[in-house]
Design a protein around this ligand. Sequence first.
Ligand code: AMP
Length: 190
Amino acid sequence: MPDRSEHPLSSYACSARVYLGLGSNQGDSKMVLQRAVGDLSGLPGSRVVAVSALYLTAPIGGPEQPPFLNMVVALETTMTPLDLLEAVQDIEDAAGRTREVRWGPRTLDVDILWYHGFEATEGPLRVPHPRMEERRFVLEPLAEIAPDLMLPTGRTVREALASVLEQAATRVLGPAVSRDDDAPSDPPQE
Ligand code: AMP
């Protein structure tokens, strides 16, 4: 094999655009989400390129529990889908996440919503996330940063959002990553 280490393309890896949905309803949720954004930007070959505002949203399904803070992050990354899944699970674990109750309260939940247009309907990683088109708490922050992204049903994010507006209203609490600390640290109980 010729030595290719000096070749200009030897260190080039394709960057994928990824959208991630983050949620928290335990602990200091605003701080948990801010730390998670920092953790995502520190992943190898990765760069956070956009963040939505924070949204206060009513829980869907599961036991009675406090409202969530949700947001969406756009990442450019050279990580493979499965490496990224493992890395986001480590970030969830580092936030003290336990998985005792399905759809129950959690310190941090990170879903890979969309990975560079890839489609996987089975296996450990399903993308686009199978329930993202049903959830206002995903579509509303995603519409802020990627309104024209095309979803599996052939609709844009903006169009899909228009069909779930009957779900509990979400409220913008200000930018998730900002020097203006205008959002409350803990979601108020309803
Ligand atoms: P959750 O309880 O929502 O964090 O679900 C975690 C499980 O969902 C893990 O076992 C993942 O392998 C699986 N999973 C499948 N697709 C995705 C996805 N797009 N993003 C995050 N987790 C996923």
